[in-house]
Write a protein that binds this ligand. Structure first.
Ligand code: SF4
Length: 65
């Protein structure tokens, strides 16, 4: 079981805080939406910091696969 951050795109206001703070995980795709990179291991502390600072609280950890 892998735990990964998931962004609720319908709530995301594209402030780019996550992509600035943690660019190894959060990137902007060609459609202009935040994308979570597929990694085997996520930097927990960094992602937690991003989750805490997202202005609209639209990122959360979810179990994937
Ligand atoms: S920090 Fe939150 S609102 Fe800002 S771009 Fe990332 S997911 Fe969207």
């Amino acid at each position: 079981m892998i735990c990964a951050p998931v962004v609720e795109l319908s709530e995301c206001i594209l402030c780019e805080m996550c992509t600035d703070l943690c660019p190894s995980v959060f990137t902007m795709n060609e459609n202009g939406y935040v994308q979570v990179e597929p990694l085997n291991v996520y930097p927990t502390e960094e992602v937690d910091e991003v989750i805490k600072n997202c202005p609209v609280d639209c990122i959360q950890w979810e179990d994937v696969l």
